[in-house]
Design a protein around this ligand. Sequence first.
Ligand code: ADP
Ligand code: MG
Length: 929
Amino acid sequence: MTERDADPPLRLEPADAANDGGAVRRESDPAAQAKVSPMIAQYRDIKAANPGSLLFYRMGDFYELFFEDAEIAAKALGIVLTKRGKHQGDDIPMCGVPVERAQDYLHRLIGLGHRVAVCEQVEDPAEARKRGGKSVVRREVTRLVTPGTITEDSLLEPARANRLLAIARAAQSEGASTYGLAALDISTGEFTVSEASEAALEAEIARIEPAEIVAPDALMDAPGFTRACAAVRAPLTPLGRQSGEGASAERRIREYFGLATLDGLGGLSRAEIAAAAAALFYIDRTQFSARPALGLPTRLGRDAHMAIDAATRVNLELTRTLSGARAGSLIDAIDRTVTAAGGRLLAERLAAPLTGVADIARRQDAIAFFIDEAALRRAARTTLKAAPDLTRALSRLALDRGGPRDLAAVRDGLIAAAALGGALGRASEPPEELRAAGAAAGGVDAAVAARLGEALADSLPLQRRDGGFVRPGFDAGLDESRALRDETRTVVAALQARYCELAETRQLKLKHNNFLGYFLEVPQAQGEKLLRAPFDATFIHRQTMAGAMRFSTADLAELEVRISSAADEALGREQAIFAELAGLVLAREADIRRTAEALATIDVAAGLAELAADADWTRPEVDASLAFAIEAGRHPVVEAALRREGQAFVANDCALSGVTGKGGRIAIVTGPNMAGKSTYLRQNALIAVLAQMGSFVPARRAHIGVVDRLFSRVGAADDLARGRSTFMVEMVETAAILNSAREKSLVILDEIGRGTATFDGLSIAWAVMEHLHEKNRSRALFATHFHELTQLAKRLDRIDNLTVRVTDWNGDVVFLHEIIAGAADQSYGVQVAKLAGLPAPVVARAKHLLAEFEAADRLSRSDRLVADLPLFSAPNAADRVSDPAAPSAPAQARDPLGEALDAIDPDELSPRRAMEELYRLKRIRAGQD
Ligand code: ADP
Ligand code: MG
């Protein structure tokens, strides 16, 4: 518990309560703590009112944590755990973080999924002292910091939305639950609602990628709900009863947005209303009086997006790699945006590919435009680079958490937007998406940016409370108080020189703190001298420190008043100007928000155009058919990785096009390890995702009928963390596919059935293929090491065999990564083992054994046996496929010749009997017997 990090925060001993904020912090008297001290009593009241949160309890320049919180935080942050007095006879564990570094520590605690209640002193310690020596400074929690409700740039990832997700369940009808989902990002104001069935809930949560999930207590023991939440990594916070349903939920939404009715929001369902209200309830609870500027809830149409479940997202590494990093993911490979908001919009589009053909075409048009208009694209990107994160700055200003740099961000964002709006306005015939964005970009009154430009100084402090951000000359009153304040500063310098003379020492310093005001500090030895005549007439002793003494004088006290009033006046004036400027900005909030969205849209279109032009991507043809025809497709991430090593990627075609009503085609891909099977499977799934997010795709040509659901699974993915066996995971995931894939879906199965014994695995894989072909009828790619499965192509008309070309070169296998029609003839496992550096004798022995096993296999198990496996002859007739087109099971033929042969025991036969038997067998063979 006493782990230290490399840089443990500075620790001072705690002051006792009445001295909060004072310069002197001394050890409290343990005896006085025998009973519950007033401070600990206050602490415990506040803690009880904020269950489930770590309490950051403000004491002077520190936030202190006590009891269990201290233990948790000390461990999580690697800071020193100390103790403070006693509570009911036991030491009270304590640790603390300095206020000026609190953000860092908050960041780490939030990252670990904790929630933090920030408790501030809400009165001057002097006020508390007036109430008597034992009084405690009044404190209140002013904010709950939770993973889903943060706004600080230092706590947020620039290119990632930070969403709070509230989930509610509608009253169940006939046992089927419908869930409402409300996702909101208070750092940007984004607020969307949607609805999902229980089966689709997990995929919907995975699309939203929440930082935190909240839901009514009642859902906490609904298995379907908790299972879906477990699939994402976000912490789950239960809400009390008060979150609201029905009429009270509706009222909460109306009141937040000042609406007379919810009718304008596009007919929200009961579940959606309950979820939106729960989200707003939680915002109230965490933000207290502050009110984030949220957009009106936007309803996402059902089936408007390609459904991609959590396992598929992980498996395809859309926004993170399997190890959780962004580098190496698809988003990393395609992100050429130059603004944080553009990065967020791109991620949002990638997470939710569209299903509407016209919407997809609209996005493609914008990219095509920017490919043709290369000069305009470059100019736009240069302008965008200068545009800061408008939305997040705006949100902080609305929460009254903004600083001078947020005002500057609005100024610079609006200037960039005006320039972009102008440039697009001059372009000839921009497509719809860009025309609208251009108009919105220039849509904010130019006076706002102009006023901010006049008011803000060239270099800006981080904090509003420090002042110094208003440009000299902007406000006459401010300039006057500043002059006065600065003049007194020169007075201070002169005074210090004068007191040095009076005290006959050069070691005297004129200093200031909140407790003493202005004072003089001298080393101990000099101090002793000043206590005596004649110096004691001028110097009044105030404090003795270790090695130093502090004095004041009558003049200094007067100076204190003069200086602080001038400085206070200047600061007060600046705060007023800040409030006026923030008010000016917030009055245009809706316009500015639209402008920010427009900038992000332009950034995404220009970025994807840049990518398409650079990496030679093409515009896919997307329609409502069952087409899936890719010519010379590539895997964008693998291709980029190979290019960095100076190697070329081998492009491959993929033809899965089917006919509506009959179903898509299934390709079974066999071939040695390391040949490129998995890469091929994934690249085709990624091309579908890219096409439907409205991007161009890495292929020479692509024609894709809209995919409604995408499934991608890899066999043998260990999931020890969730305590399920590999095989169980595989089967659960496969079951999900077989139960929900449809004709318009795309299914990618990579080595399913690996997690169990060969025959089990083969049988399951076989049956899965049959089901996909006959029932789901999805377009599918299936990579397998079971060569036997290639026999399926002979029996099922929409199954094709593909393999990867390899050549044997002097006994070594050479991978050509080229996908061709046909089945792999051998697995090359031994050759691959040799490539991997297995000792030569082991390789030679393995080769020998393989030859023997293969010979034995041909005699016993044999491909013939597998090829004869009857289709759909499972004993359970209810499961039998009734489709008359389905191949029927061949009748098990009788074999009289074999039976006769089996009946003969050669050892028992006389030569004459043997001859007779031989003639009899010939007759049976000729069918005469
Ligand atoms: P498999 O699934 O058949 O074992 P992978 O798809 O994992 O093989 O590919 C193994 C490696 O081969 C990849 O890491 C990649 O470096 C290379 N590779 C795969 N496909 C291609 C390709 N089309 N062109 C070039 N290299 C490829
Ligand atoms: Mg593989």
